[in-house]
Design a protein. Sequence first.
Length: 153
Amino acid sequence: MITKDKIIKVLATGFGAGLSPVMPGTAGTLLGVLICLAFLPLPWIFRLFFTIVLTAAAIYVSHRAEEIYQKKDDQRIVIDEIAGFLLAMLPVAINFLNLALAFVLFRMFDIWKPYPLRKFQEFPSGWGVVADDIGAGIYAAAILILFNFFVKF
């Protein structure tokens, strides 16, 4: 029987990516890459809409997943990495170079958590889980914008 808690777990773990025994956040980000590739033939506005909806859902799902797992920002929760990565890719074209750069930059900022991202984790419940990843996505997006502006490929 499919319960609400099972649906929350499936969504929070990125359909199981967060259950990876090594680097679950990286596995979740890789799912974000695949989602970007799925959006390749679609207009940009669909990417924007999906990213907004996913981010809002991630806040709720992360909150509920913390209650289920009884742990703050459990490493199995990777829906926040997916939302953050999709945000990082919003201002640039989906191509191999941008995907690779976004992946490296997003993971770097997500792990390093430069100011004020580490503080964002102190936000209550799902907000704290998601906010630092959205911040990491914004930092990565800013560098991607500059890269795409100065380097023509």
